[in-house]
Design a binder for this molecule. Structure first.
Ligand SMILES: C[S@@+](CC[C@H](N)C(=O)[O-])C[C@H]1O[C@@H](n2cnc3c(N)ncnc32)[C@H](O)[C@@H]1O
Length: 264
């Protein structure tokens, strides 16, 4: 038996944050550096990853039109590699436990008797709005926020549909393609079409794209094709406008340069 096989393998589920490796935690960077094998998702910056570790890198997300590796196969790969004594990192966008299937992988590893560590990451649910200057809570505007997925807007009936319209900030992950349906759904729950809304794509990357406007305008927006983004609905979106207006006022004598419905 070789040294690697004799060593007990382990798996570490690591949160990679929204994209920029500078937003990784110190522990995340250390685990990646010390790994033998890293399984990463398509949204991870592979070039940056290569610069940080000599581990074998395996992309298990959708790439170049090819479908992603099935969850079952990922679980089997994790288990097999750990049994061979490898230090395996499963690198996931944002936080592993926020719509990241990290819990499922942890359960599969536990059932197989494999030691598993979790390293939390910066979730895009908070970081993407934040990097666009939108706080998810703000005194007097929102004392709670709700993070939901938008690929099946009818599923919002049991979450957003149960709260008083406008009483929380709603952050929608995986909802870009269904943004018109998500907006329509909120309006049927009684949310005003004039509620401030935002889209933040590619947060923390060089391609970050932000749109702000109103709920009823959300469906007519044109985010960059193939971008990954979050929708934000609630009065907190206006904070971005206030800050931008203040900055414009400081730079030029003419205020009002930042228009409602603008994007960058
Ligand atoms: C499968 S979910 C994973 C969420 C992740 N676990 C987290 O905590 O952020 C993928 C979704 O995260 C969001 N997302 C990921 N990276 C993003 C980024 N850089 N900017 C904006 N949204 C992003 C998008 O809504 C995308 O559809």
């Amino acid at each position: 038996m070789s040294g690697a096989e004799a060593r007990a393998g382990r798996v570490c589920l690591v949160g990679a944050g929204p994209g920029d490796p500078e937003l990784w935690t110190v522990r995340a960077a250390r685990r990646v550096r010390d790994a033998d094998l890293v399984l990463y998702d398509a949204l991870t910056d592979a070039a940056a990853l290569r610069g940080l570790t000599s581990a074998r890198l395996l992309c298990v997300g959708k790439r170049g039109g090819r479908p992603s590796v099935s969850q079952d196969r990922i679980n089997r790969l994790l288990i097999r590699s750990a049994r061979r004594g490898r230090r395996v990192v499963r690198l996931k966008g944002g936080d592993p436990f926020v719509f990241g299937r990290g819990g499922e992988e942890m359960l599969a590893l536990a059932e197989a008797g494999i030691a598993c560590e979790v390293v939390p990451g910066v979730t895009t649910a908070v970081a993407a709005p934040e990097l666009a200057g939108i706080p998810v809570t703000h005194r007097g505007l929102a004392t709670a926020f709700m993070v939901v997925v938008g690929h099946a807007p009818e599923a919002l009936d049991d979450t957003v549909g149960t709260v008083r319209p406008g009483s929380v900030t709603v952050v929608v992950l995986m909802g870009l393609a269904r943004r018109a349906a998500v907006a329509a759904r909120l309006i049927t729950y009684g949310w005003s079409g004039d509620t401030p809304a935002a889209i933040v794509c590619g947060a923390s990357t060089a391609d970050q794209w932000v749109w702000t406007g109103c709920l009823h305008e959300l469906g007519g927006t044109e985010p960059p094709p193939d971008a990954s983004g979050v929708l934000v609905v609630g009065a907190v979106v206006n904070i971005r406008e206030v800050v931008a207006r203040a900055a414009a006022t400081r730079q030029e004598p003419e205020p009002g340069e930042v228009k409602h419905g603008s994007h960058e």
